[in-house]
Write a protein that binds this ligand. Structure first.
Ligand SMILES: Cc1cc2nc3c(=O)[nH]c(=O)nc-3n(C[C@H](O)[C@H](O)[C@H](O)COP(=O)(O)O)c2cc1C
Length: 467
């Protein structure tokens, strides 16, 4: 059997209540699910997959928070929760993201996502348990659809996660950040005077989403990255009304066409940084068909909560790791902590051997991602997954006037000055970037770290000493 959302949900359930909970009463589609998700996190310290059998107004169940923690990301990669460390999960991702697997084409008869086909006047997004996520959001959103489109010049497929404001029973918005590949494709379709066909799939094994979120060259087909992360070729089948393949084992597929010359507004929206954003520009998708399983499970995500940034944590850290490795071969590990929204702050661990290498590593890191504002570079004895140790390294190894480098905005994001950029400037984000070199200097003597004697540390068993 091929891997899909259902298989993942049963693994999470088996892993225990820390990883999977089921809601015991019907939920309103307005706000209730997201408040519940946040309460679990803030009041109980839990971030499990949340299965909601009933969302009022829809016949379909909903699942949320499938990227709620590093452990769940590890489970998506096939690693056992509680056994794999964050570093092991990250290095497993680093390896598998490069093991591209070609897709496996299957006929519609073998594709569960074709069990129900709604075309023409039957197209109605109202069948889905769509959620209104936050009080000041403009509308309901599809927050974790994975959109397939085609590079009009090379024919190579592109997949990414973009938010889709619900604009009517057969209309969705599509907000592409201007430096994301989908935006390049949309602009090119506009130049060519052609419509852009898209297919959004919702609900699949989370390894597929990690593939969709892959940060790499434009002409890498993310469906093949997904295969590497899944550990098997992704099964695809032909879409009904557009010339695109869609994952056969997805829960739901929404097909449509967008006019790349026309834009309208999206938002305000509860953004991943934890603030409401201002109105942005977006395209409009005219939906031509919805296909789904008979008992489809709708996959939702709480924007502005931990799962949003966690979903992209491995991909973003990998982009930083690869960029640093290109200039500093001794890079060991990279972590984008949730405190920095897994995107704005990055910790880079290197085995420094050459003076100045740490600063180079930091500059490469902030340059790797448009949103990465602060890079902290530490030595190999600092555990980057422990923020106490990172702050200790800054406190004791950084001489501010020498070791902090402020980079001008020129290295910042290339987002449109009329929309997203303005939003960021209002929040004071992304004006300049900063590298904090928290490594020990190589050129001058540095105090020795106090460490316990190795033999005694290894041989001592606490149970032998403490009742
Ligand atoms: C939950 C979630 C929501 C996202 N929403 C958007 C979005 O609305 N627009 C966008 O351009 N990128 C969004 N992203 C980021 C892109 O999916 C990601 O950067 C992807 O790699 C872009 O692919 P592309 O460069 O191939 O277009 C989102 C990421 C996550 C995890």
């Amino acid at each position: 059997m091929s891997k899909d959302l259902r298989e993942f949900l049963s693994l999470a359930k088996k892993a225990g209540p820390e990883f999977y909970v089921e809601v015991k009463k019907p939920l309103k589609p307005e706000l209730e699910k997201d408040v519940l998700q946040l309460k679990l996190y803030k009041e109980r310290g839990l971030s499990p997959v949340i299965y909601c059998p009933v969302i009022k107004g829809s016949k379909l169940p909903l699942v949320s928070n499938i990227f709620g923690s590093y452990e769940l990301l590890g489970l998506a990669l096939g690693l056992e929760p509680k056994k794999a460390t964050k570093s092991q999960i990250f290095h497993d991702y680093l390896k598998k993201k490069n093991e591209l697997k070609p897709v496996k084409k299957v006929p519609a008869s073998q594709a569960p996502v074709k069990e129900v086909i709604l075309k023409g006047k039957d197209v109605d997004l109202g069948v889905l348990p769509l959620i209104y996520h936050a009080e000041r959001n403009s509308k309901k959103y599809v927050p974790i659809g994975q959109m397939v489109c085609r590079n009009p010049d090379t024919g190579v497929l592109n997949v990414g996660v973009y938010r889709h404001e619900v604009k009517g029973k057969d209309k969705l918005g599509a907000m592409f950040v201007p430096d994301h590949h989908a935006a390049y494709h949309a602009r090119r379709y506009a130049e060519l005077g052609k419509p852009m066909e898209v297919a959004i799939f919702i609900g699949h094994h989370p390894a597929v989403a990690l593939g969709s979120l892959f940060k790499g060259a434009m002409d890498v087909n993310e469906l093949e990255v997904a295969g590497g992360l899944l550990g098997e070729s992704l099964r695809v089948t032909k879409a009904e009304t557009v010339d695109l393949p869609v994952p056969a084992d997805a829960e739901i597929v929404i097909e449509g066409v967008l006019d790349p010359k026309k834009m309208t507004t999206d938002g305000p929206f509860s953004e991943w940084e934890g603030y409401y954003g201002i109105e942005l520009k977006c395209y409009v998708i005219n939906i031509t068909c919805i296909t789904m399983r008979k008992d489809a499970i709708y996959h939702d995500l709480a924007p502005s909560q931990i799962e949003h940034t966690m979903a992209a944590a491995l991909n973003q850290a990998a982009a930083v790791y690869d960029a640093v490795k290109a200039v500093v071969p001794t890079v060991k590990d990279v972590y984008l902590p949730h405190s920095g929204r897994s995107n704005i702050v990055g910790y880079v661990q290197i085995a420094k051997r050459v003076p100045g290498e740490s600063n180079r590593a930091g500059i490469a890191a902030v340059n790797a991602l448009s949103c990465l504002k602060i890079a902290v570079v530490v030595d190999e004895d600092i555990d980057i997954y422990n923020e106490d140790e990172v702050i200790w390294a800054i406190a004791t190894r950084t001489t501010p006037d020498r070791d902090i480098t402020i980079l001008p905005r020129v290295l910042g994001d290339p987002l449109s000055p009329t929309s997203y950029d303005e939003l960021r400037q209002k929040r004071g984000v992304m004006i300049t970037k900063m590298v904090i070199d928290a490594t020990k200097p190589l050129e001058t003597p540095f105090p020795t770290v106090v460490t316990p004697p190795k033999d005694l540390w290894q041989s001592m068993k606490l149970d032998d000493y403490i009742k």
